[in-house]
Write a protein that binds this ligand. Structure first.
Ligand code: DX5
Ligand code: ZN
Length: 226
């Protein structure tokens, strides 16, 4: 379990709690972290930017209390600048905003950096239909780029291999201290393709939480990115 995933260049596995049972969230988190996962991905959805509503600061705060693991928040919300401070105060340590929601991504990254504070991180992400060039103006201002490999909104969707060239293009442009993350449809059959495209961090919801043996699922995924 990692409290600072930027301190290593190893490939890392991040369960998304979107597929956890929120009625027993603490136990769910303990199980996947004790089972070998590195840290946690928090999918915040507003029912506006995406056609689903998940959770916001109260669940982030409960997660923060439940574990010292690094918390990576993926903001699928139309107005990330309005809510960034509340997410950071609740305990999210990285805030990733969607480029589709912002006119000036470099300026937005700067605004979010102010609210995450010292040790906090900023990420930018893009939907499968969004051209990769849209994130380039922000590359100097972010700590990570998240390439979406499904249309965001729901876990359990099919991996879109057509986004892999975007991973390769971004990876070439990142500094050694920046990370490339992928999210959506990652499972035992797709994770190696993402690894080969240069991905550092792999978000997994259903392939871990819906698996009858989560520890085995994590071990299997990890063996494919070793
Ligand atoms: C997609 C979310 C993902 C999602 C991944 O809208 O951003 O993090 O929960 O789910 P799986 O791994 O099941 O595709
Ligand atoms: Zn996500």
């Amino acid at each position: 379990m990692l409290t600072d995933p930027f301190a290593t260049t190893r490939r890392l596995l991040l369960p998304s709690i979107l597929s956890a049972d929120f009625a027993k969230l603490g136990a769910e988190i303990d199980e996947v972290l004790a089972g070998g996962a590195d840290f946690l991905h928090l999918d915040v959805m507003d029912g506006h930017f995406v056609p689903n509503i998940s959770f916001g600061p109260p669940i982030i705060k409960s997660t923060r209390k439940a574990t010292p693991a690094f918390l990576d928040a993926h903001l699928m919300i139309s107005d990330p600048l309005r809510y960034a401070e509340a997410m950071a105060k609740a305990g999210a340590q990285n805030l990733t905003f969607h480029v589709e929601t912002i006119d000036d991504p470099a300026a937005a990254a700067g605004e979010i950096r102010k609210v995450v504070g010292q040790g906090g991180r900023v990420g930018i992400t893009l939907n499968p239909a969004t051209p990769v060039e849209s994130v380039y103006p922000a590359l100097d201002h972010v700590d990570l780029v998240l390439v979406m490999s499904v249309v965001p909104g729901f876990s359990g969707q099919k991996f879109m291999p057509e986004v892999l060239p975007k991973c390769e293009a971004v990876k070439k442009r990142l500094r050694p201290d920046q990370r490339l993350e992928i999210d959506g449809g990652i499972n035992r059959d797709t994770i190696a393709q993402a690894r080969d495209a240069g991905v550092d961090w792999f978000v997994v919801a259903s392939a871990i939480f819906d698996h009858p043996d989560r520890r085995a699922a994590i071990a299997e995924l990890r063996s494919r990115i070793a």
